[in-house]
Design a protein around this ligand. Structure first.
Ligand SMILES: *Cc1c(COP(=O)(O)O)cnc(C)c1O
Length: 526
């Protein structure tokens, strides 16, 4: 075996390849090309463009700071460059290539209509520093989206600028902190249920709060009595995910909100799972004070490797005055304006800004295109279909796999634990890796932490029944093989992926983030 400079195996001399190497001369398999790093085959002297040589005088202008060594950039011709990136893109699994059942991620289809609208020059070729008179349509779009978000959630205000779910959490919690501070109330604790998404305690901790955990009930939901018993004048807020990360709707959410408000605290709801309830439930009716909405999950804007997120935060009457700048106002006939500074003597007391400009414009366009093309009835239908898909998967698998919380129906995602694997020596990880061999992106595994060996499946509304049936049949086949003790099928999985099992711990602990030329054999994973 030979190693490339990153410590990856490369095609070696004939006959020396390790067993898991592809056994072709090139290392390619069919039309799937084993693609090296661009640095590994780019040649310094090659180039796709002709640039004039720099003059002596120009370098004088740099005041002695000019580069002394070559940049060491790989040179490739234009067709080679094109091929490199196209081949890499083919190694990428995406929602456009198959079902992507990652629980808690809402990987739904991104309709091409959204893309067409986002590419309209009046929306894509504008700049945030343009005079507002020249971007009236874009401001109207932000205002319309804000309106839809407020109506859908039943809350009176929305901060549009946060750029992801976690960023939205930070925004909502900063508004809560500002509201307490305005009352001269320096509270220090944030309550977070055990089943929370990891970003919830992280957000609270980032703002200097002490995080206290609320244990989950036997049935996977939060007990209002447990919340009540943790309440004190020191508690600033409760952060609750609803539907929660076990895929369950919190049945006592109104009672929980009451307990929070009685203690003078605010109720932050993690709304990343809004896809399950949009059009059916208005969080404002449940007593929510702040909630972020992941436009990139609920309203189908591409995310993960596919694009940036957007996490607007809806706010209650109590928190609205503290919303961050900027915001769009409609001046009727005179059009729209952007408020960039709080005015003297104003009732609003913005806590600051979350971003340099106004938020993720491209995602606003896509989200609004999705909402308007669905209409309010279509949004409700999407939620119902997403819930139906998850419960269909659950019903098709619950005779073979273990459902830890059987008392409640699933919402948008179904949670299994590894109880059904106890008798075998196959793990949740093995099941996930074997799914890759079958051509499926695995479900979320080992999250949430409240059950052992979690497998969290979120099919979303965009999968057809045929697609779900194939996924279910594949999982059934794998589970039966696991129960039969077919160790071979799992031990080597994934056998057909470009990479086998990576040392994920070392990759996370000792990441190599840049390519170093002439480095001796790397000691960390890719
Ligand atoms: C996805 C998710 C988040 C975080 O959203 P990002 O956009 O990834 O920052 C927070 N909470 C829950 C429940 C989520 O599913």
């Amino acid at each position: 075996m030979t190693m490339n400079r990153q410590g990856r195996q490369t095609a070696g001399e004939a006959g020396t390849e390790p067993a898991d190497r592809l056994d072709t001369f090139t290392g390619n398999r069919g039309l799937r090309i084993e693609e090296p790093l661009i640095f590994e085959y780019g040649r310094e002297r090659e180039t796709g463009v002709d640039l004039p040589a720099g003059s002596e005088e120009e370098s004088l202008r740099l005041g002695g700071l000019e580069r002394r060594k070559p940049l060491d950039l790989p040179g490739l011709s234009e067709p080679e460059t094109m091929r490199h990136y196209v081949r890499l893109s083919r190694s990428n699994y995406a929602i456009d290539s198959g079902i992507y059942p990652l629980g808690s991620c809402t990987m739904k289809h991104n309709p091409r209509l959204n893309e067409a609208v986002a590419r309209l020059p009046g929306l894509s070729d504008i700049h945030p520093l343009q005079p507002v008179s020249t971007v009236q349509g874009a401001l109207e779009l932000i205002d319309t989206l804000a309106h839809w978000l407020k109506v859908a959630t039943g809350l009176p205000a929305v901060a549009m600028s946060p750029k992801a779910g976690a960023h939205g959490e930070l925004c909502g919690m900063m508004a809560i902190k500002a509201a307490h501070q305005a009352k001269g109330d320096a509270r220090s604790i944030v309550l977070v249920p055990e089943s929370a998404h990891g970003t919830n305690p992280a957000t609270a901790a980032l703002l200097g709060y002490k995080v206290e955990t609320v244990p989950a009930r036997e049935d996977g939901t939060v007990d209002p009595e447990a919340v009540r018993s943790k309440m004190s004048p020191q508690v600033a807020a409760l952060m609750l995910t609803n539907p929660n990360t076990c895929g369950l709707f919190e049945p006592d959410v109104i009672e929980i909100a009451k307990a929070v408000h009685e203690a003078g605290a605010y109720f932050y709801c993690d709304g990343a799972n809004f896809n399950a309830i949009q059009g059916r439930v208005r969080p404002g009716d449940l007593g929510v004070d702040a909630m972020h909405i992941n436009l990139h999950k609920t309203f189908s804007t591409p995310h993960g490797g596919g694009g940036p997120g957007a996490g607007p935060v809806v706010l209650s009457e109590a928190l609205a005055p503290f919303a961050p700048l900027p915001w769009v106002v409609s001046n009727g006939e005179q059009g729209f304006d952007l408020v960039e500074h709080a005015a003297e003597g104003d009732e609003t007391r913005p806590f600051g800004r979350m971003t340099a400009f106004h938020g993720q414009m491209g995602m606003f366009v896509r989200a609004l295109a999705w909402m308007m093309s669905h209409g309010s009835d279509g949004m409700r239908q999407a939620a119902e279909d997403a819930v139906l898909s998850a419960n269909y998967v659950r019903a098709c698998l619950s005779d073979l796999m273990s459902v830890p919380f059987p008392d409640h129906p699933s919402m948008h995602e179904v949670l299994f634990d590894d109880g059904f694997l106890y008798e075998s020596d196959i793990s949740t990880l093995d099941i996930a890796k074997a799914l890759i061999d079958e051509g499926f992106h695995p479900m979320t595994i080992y999250f949430p932490l409240v059950v052992h060996g979690a497998m969290l499946i979120e099919p979303t509304e965009s999968e057809s029944k045929a697609s779900l049936d194939l996924f279910v049949a594949t999982l059934r086949d794998l589970v039966i093989a696991a129960k039969r003790g077919d160790r071979a099928r799992f031990a080597d999985a994934p056998r057909y992926a470009p990479r086998r099992r990576l040392d994920e711990t070392t990759a996370a602990r000792k990441p190599i983030l840049c390519w170093l030329p002439r480095r001796p054999q790397a000691d960390a994973a890719e």
